[in-house]
Design a protein around this ligand. Structure first.
Ligand code: NAI
Length: 333
């Protein structure tokens, strides 16, 4: 029987996998993340299959401790927490769970956007303190221009929802998808044009070497001063210091963020494992950023619905069975 170790699990995940895999696999559940400093038992070191969430850090250092690893099941779309190059060099297959949360994350992007521009959280908290008429002067989405960066699974749903708000949509992606142009009657533009013309910029590209600090001091200078930036992708796509400065001096009107650059350091459960001077500086700026009135930030929860979690669990199971049955793994990254 194969050994599988599930890291960073919640009770509902343990219940699900126990019911589905009992008697077919030797399973172990850990309620903590797998990190470079995690000490492994003999069983873990020899496991062929592990499953993790995005909060684990599968660096070369972490992975080298596994002597027999053949498959990593990440219960996420993003895989920037896994050293894919190392996995390829060792023939370790990595499988993810794409499409589990296309509407889930797109809906959430509009949730935090509306919350910010209509000052909903602020209004709620003022009312709780007895102020029936707080200052909530806001901005509408109707007839505004949204620039969508990354028109994959989530970006395309974001475009669809934006059309429902009667917004004008433009998009940027390294690959143009003609179906999106035809279905939604939207135009692909270059990144600079998108920055210049958008009232709202919503980011849905993955974190790669080419998207690191995709939004930076240079292209922030091109943006109109009423622009709102929404990021539910990965924090590292934005140069946090440049964004912070722009929010302070008013060259960006607001930011709605579900992800932060080097967000690990904010976790009470786990201080950042790769603290260096640059990361320390980013965490300090994060702290200042979170306290700005024109920022709304949530703790990486855009994916978190019952429906999406069910899809994650079922796709993880499908990836696992494809592997053990020797079939082609459809979601191999
Ligand atoms: P996807 O792979 O379907 O789409 C990504 C799109 O970005 C593709 O069209 C791709 O061509 C484009 N892209 C890649 N490099 C680019 C570049 N340099 N410039 C512009 N576009 C580029 O991915 P999906 O499912 O839409 O997810 C997007 C990201 O959302 C994930 O990578 C993940 O980081 C994030 N995410 C966040 C969640 C949360 O809870 N906050 C949950 C799920 C995903």
């Amino acid at each position: 029987m194969h050994n599988i170790i599930f890291y960073d699990t919640k009770q509902y995940e343990r219940d699900f996998f126990e019911q589905e895999l009992f008697g077919k696999f030797n399973i172990e559940f850990k309620n903590y993340e797998l990190l470079p400093e995690t000490e492994l038992s003999y069983i873990e070191e020899n496991a062929e299959i592990i499953s993790v969430f995005t909060s684990s850090r599968l660096t070369k250092e972490t992975l080298e401790k596994f002597s027999n690893l053949k498959l990593i099941l990440t219960r996420s779309v993003g895989f920037s927490h896994i050293d894919i190059e190392y996995c390829n060099s060792k023939n370790i297959i990595v499988a993810n769970t794409p499409h589990y949360g296309d509407y889930t994350v797109a809906e959430f992007s509009f949730g935090i956007l509306l919350n910010l521009i209509r000052r909903i959280c602020y209004g709620v908290s003022e009312l709780k303190q007895g102020d029936m008429y707080p200052e909530t002067f806001g901005m509408e989405l109707y007839d505004k221009t949204i620039g969508v960066i990354g028109t994959g699974s989530i970006g395309s749903k974001t475009i669809k929802i934006a059309k429902g708000f009667s917004m004008n949509v433009m998009c940027y992606d390294i690959y143009k998808n003609p179906d999106i142009e035809n279905e939604f009657n939207v135009k692909y533009v270059d990144l600079d044009t998108l920055c210049k013309l958008s009232d709202v910029i919503s980011i849905h590209a993955p974190l790669t070497t080419t998207t690191y600090h995709l939004i930076n001091a240079e292209n922030i200078k091109l943006m109109n001063e009423n622009v709102i930036i929404v990021n539910t992708a990965r924090g590292e796509l934005i140069d946090t210091e440049a964004l912070y400065n722009a929010l302070l001096d008013g060259s960006v009107r607001g930011a709605a963020l579900d992800v932060l650059e080097f967000e690990d350091t904010i976790s009470n459960k786990r201080p950042g494992s790769d603290l260096n001077l640059k990361n320390l500086r980013t965490s300090l700026i994060n702290t200042k950023l979170l306290n700005l009135d024109n920022v709304i930030a949530t703790p990486h929860i855009a994916y978190d619905t019952k429906e999406a979690v069910n899809r994650i669990l079922n796709t993880t199971l499908k990836n696992l069975f494809e592997f053990v049955e020797g079939l082609k793994i459809q979601n191999k990254v």
